[in-house]
Design a protein around this ligand. Sequence first.
Ligand code: ME8
Length: 522
Amino acid sequence: MHNSISLKHLYYCIPISLRDGGVNISMSVFYITTPIYYPNARPHIGHAYTTVFADTLARYHRMIGDDTFFLTGTDEHGLKLQRAAEKKGVDPKTFVDEMVVYYKEYWKLLNISYDWFIRTTDDYHVHTVEKMISELHRKGLLYKDRYSGWYCASCEKYYSETEYEVVDDKPHCPIHKKPLEWLEEETYYFKLSEYRDFMLDVLEKTEIVYPKSYAVEVANRLKKEGLRDVSIARPKERVSWGVELPFDREYTVYVWFDALLNYISAIGYPDDLQRFNHYWPAAHHVIGKDILWFHTVIWFSVLKALDIPLPKKVLVHAFLVNRGIKMGKSAGNVISIEYMVDRYGVDGTRYILMRLMNMAKDVDVTQELFDNVYNTELADVYGNLIRRVGVLVKRKLKGRLEPTSVEQGIAEAIENALDSYSKEMERFDVSRALGTAIELLRKGNAYVNETKPWQQSDPSKSLYTLAELIRAATVMLHPVIPSTTSRTAESFGFPITTPKELRLGENGYTVKESPILFKKTG
Ligand code: ME8
């Protein structure tokens, strides 16, 4: 899986005319990214929420045949990492080298099918950062001046008076609830203020930011507060851990500018434009709402300044909240990935996170909620139907189902479910897409109760109908619970096809086993 980059690289070495045997195959391209996480601590289920979501969309797009590229990685420079390393008494590179291993391990554990893992300390990325900052300098979009303001190192961000919270007369970070630091220094500014009108146009007239409510939120802030130039460098004596400014070695590049460029450096910008131009128009950035401003106002303005088109979509989701506060290390309310995997298994964890996925609203998580989703949907509905039908086919029909017609009402339900599923996935509503699969499976369980195949002398039609329903629902669940669905497909003897190619009444089944897929908790 993680080697696929080398295959793709090879592909780009082949002249276009020879690719695909010279035949013009029209294939959609899908490029999806997660934020690159700060490896100052291990990831928790908040990070998994974003990463599994991106993975689900990547798996769905691969399943329907799109040329998919899925990028994740780590954001390794800046004050936050410099301090985390200092605290441990090691140099920053040693520190991030150790920490990045955890990220890779957790993503492996959660079956994250990324195609490339970018580290901002990788040479090719540093090279892109140097080139891009020099380009902005060359274009006259940077200038040197004094900066003073309140800074949160955890966010790597300055906070204005309208943004910070005052606790005991002192400015505090609204996210981390910690006191802000006062900073005053000479820096380089990027002329962000020149992009106010451009940004308003993008936010108000395009559909790039999804859901749209987030675009409205940023647009309102721009109208209310205007747009000020942003400091894009740090004096090296304070922040030494970063990419040096090529035109002034006394400074390092601001970590957010460095980080955002990962989305283009990872696909070859600026040295491999052919590769870049292939993926970039299909770019989808998945982010949490905490980094919305950076991924709209800052990122879009930087792209505009560099004459690079904007990404296709920025998919923004809300927070997982625990005991009323956004889950996060500094809040001390983190639920670990291990805990989830121990209790619900890998696919159980992935399913719960995706079923709770909410772009617009924060989700207050509790064990009761997780248990409820897991037990009432995975165990009672999907697991139960597989077990019942598997046992019946083996007992009544010696495990073999020949193709026959599917009960009309159920055939219609399957077609409708597949159709709504695809629509929901195309509009990134993974939770509702899962809901359509579960609804269909509920119909399957009800159909077993109504038709009572165990009482029929020849239950072939009922059981075939159920096997077809299971096959369709399994395809639908596949991007979210790939190991479990593969086991179902293996046990019942069917291939996982695309939802659109799934034709009813043609596939025969040989049921090898009737597995218990999920053990109930509680
Ligand atoms: O911001 N609920 O990295 P980060 C939902 N390095 N999502 C959550 C979450 C929660 N409680 N906690 C974390 C950074 N996340 C930068 C990004 S990108 C160019 C640079 C997820 O390690 C969510 O996606 O702080 C959020 O945006 C991200 O983790 C922040 O990760």
